[in-house]
Each structure stands twice: as C-alpha cells, then as structure tokens.
Unconditional design. Structure first.
Length: 357
C-alpha cells in the first residue's frame, strides 16, 4: 500500500532541491551570507539534500525488503532488481552533469559523482543491510556520521565547489564518489541508514521520538557553542559549526533531527490507519512526490538553459531572482498533476518499473 505522507515528503524534498539549485544558478545581486533571504535559502538548502537522501534510503530499503521476501536471496532475482536501478541512476547522473555542464556556465563536469551515484551505492548495499538489525544500522549510521573525523584533510575540508566536481583520472573519480565529492558515500550513507531505521521503526513512534529528542539536545548544544565561541552556526563551506561541504558530523546530526521531525509531523495518523497530517489539503503535493526522479533530472534541463543564457551576464536584482526561483520551484506542482492525469505512463519511474519487472 502506498503511503500518502511518504509521497508528500518526497515532494517537499524534491521541491526543496529545485529551490536550492535554482538559487545557486540565479543568485541575486548584493545578497551576503548574513542577509535574512540568504539565511532562509541556506536553511532550505541545508534540509533539502538530507531529506531527499533519507526518503530515498527509506524507499530503497523498503523495496529491497519486498524483493527479498519474494526472491529468498536468489542471485538472479537480485540482479534483476539491482542492475536496472544502478544503471539508470548512473546514466541520469551523467545526464544531469551534461545538462548543467561547467562548459556552459553550469556546475558539473561530465562524470562528476553526485546524489544519484550515492543512491546507486545505496542500491548495491541494500541486499546486505536488510539483514542487519536496526541497532546495527544505528551503530553504522553513527560511524558514517563521524567519518569526517578520521578522514581529516582527505575529505577536502578547505576545497572549493569546483575542486569537488573535477576529476582527472579514475582514481580521483573514486575519491569523489567515496569521500571528497559533493555527495560522497562517507558520510552521506548515514542518511540511507537513517531512512532504513525510520522504516523499521515505523510502528514505534516512541523510539523515533527518543532519537529526535536526543538530536534536539545536540542541536541546542551546537547553537550554544556557536554563540559562546562567536563562530558562525552554519555555512555551506568554511569555518562554521555546521558545514555542508564537507558534511560535518554536527550537520548530519542536526539535519537528521529535522528529517525525523518532518516524518513525525507529516505522518499524522496514517500509520495507524487514519489520515496523514493535513488530510486531503496537502494532496496537491503527492503527484510531485511520485515523480521525484523525473523532476530531479528535468529541472536541470531548465537550469542548464538558464545557466547558458546568464553565463557572463550580470546577476539579477533581488526581486527578479527571488521570483524566478519561486516560480521554477512551484511550477513542478501543477506540471506533476497534469503529468499524472494525462501522460502518467511516461516517466523515469515508470521506465524503471518496467525494466525491473
């Protein structure tokens, strides 16, 4: 049975991803890190990828569990489940890279690993982790979250964005994939583990609440430390308590806490057989949630055109840039509704479903 609140979380995650990517391609003139609009955008961006990866991990784990129940660990059945997924995810990643290439004012090199190659890794390990207890996966999540401590400078602590997306040989590509790219396996697989834990504890809200409360205590501690040490609380990169590039342990804990809160808020009574939070008032989001991979790839096609048009041009003023970001984010909601109504058989999700059947 399809859970409506999961579709809504997927929708929020993909729309937040669209927002942060659009804001990066259409940054407003004269906005600094400390401006309120920049802080709001950074907050959405900081939550977007953790939520997207976690809900993807939830889905991968659920699908792997269902496949295991049918196939009983037969290699042929697992191959039929794994291969179409990893091939599509990797090809989609390379397509995204082409659509937003640095050669045309974009952000990626041709073979840059990214969030979709991270999900491909998650797919490969899924048949293994479904046999772990949730306690074991919690331990793995903690180890992964703390991986930056033992990676040290290997994580590219002081690297720029473009150093993270460039690779001159296969060895460097593996490094970007595993520990110093934009979404490397270390530590981002922590969110995959979190998604699997949320799935397993679906009927145990008190256990999830304990994890959330513990995360809120740590979040408060990071805020206090930021204030007392006169250090920025959060930045995409640089000297801050929370950093996205590379993903610091504190960032993973804080963002993971807000992911848990998002699940808890939106699930409502659906797990107990009732309606999700908001009843049917939030149903408008569901088609976008069911089309998240297609939207992820398609929005880069739009941004690629915009990036090429704006290459070498002056930045937009605040209001036009804000309007462009808002419109490009919101437009995927009605487009998804129209897609589901008229051409629902044509999407990357449907293609993957056919390839796996």
């Amino acid at each position: 049975m399809r859970l409506l609140y999961i579709d809504r979380i997927r929708a929020i995650a993909i729309l937040a991803m669209v927002q942060v990517h659009t804001a990066a391609i259409v940054p407003p003139e004269g906005i600094t890190v400390g401006d309120p609009i920049a802080l709001v955008s950074a907050a959405i961006g900081g939550m977007a990828a953790p939520l997207f990866v976690t809900i993807s991990g939830w889905g991968i784990y659920r699908s792997a569990k269902a496949r295991n129940a049918k196939s009983n660990d037969e290699f042929r059945d697992w191959s039929k489940w794994i291969l179409p997924r990893i091939i599509m995810l990797i090809l989609c990643q390379f397509l995204v890279n082409f659509l937003l290439s640095t050669e045309r004012g974009g952000r990626f090199e041709s073979f840059t690993p990214g969030v979709l190659t991270l999900l491909a890794i998650a797919t490969i390990i899924a048949p293994i982790i479904i046999h772990f207890s949730h306690q074991t996966r919690i331990v793995l999540m903690i180890i992964l979250a703390g991986s930056q401590y033992f990676l040290g400078d290997l994580a590219g602590t002081d690297w720029t964005w473009f150093e993270r997306v460039v690779q001159d040989n296969f060895t460097e590509w593996i490094e970007r994939l595993l520990w110093n790219g934009t979404y490397p396996a270390l530590p981002w697989l922590a969110y995959i583990m979190l998604g699997s834990i949320i799935f397993e504890l679906e009927s145990e809200p008190n256990a999830r609440d304990k994890m959330m409360y513990g995360g809120l205590v740590i979040t408060a501690a990071t805020l206090i430390y930021s204030f007392t040490s006169n250090q920025m609380w959060a930045l995409p990169e640089g000297d801050a308590v929370l950093t996205f590039f590379p993903a610091s342990t504190t960032f993973i804990i804080v963002s993971g806490t807000f992911v848990l809160m998002t699940f808890r808020i939106l699930e409502g009574e659906e797990i107990q057989g009732g309606p999700p939070t908001g009843g049917r008032s939030l149903a408008i989001l569901e088609p976008a949630g069911r089309l998240s991979l297609t939207i992820y790839v398609a929005h880069f096609a739009v941004l690629g055109i915009v990036a090429e048009m704006m290459y070498g041009q002056a930045r937009l003023d605040v209001i036009p840039a804000f309007a462009a970001t808002l419109i490009h984010t919101a437009i995927w909601i009605p487009l998804s509704i129209l897609h589901e109504r008229f051409i629902s058989d044509y999407s990357l999700e449907k293609l993957l479903q056919k390839l796996s059947s």
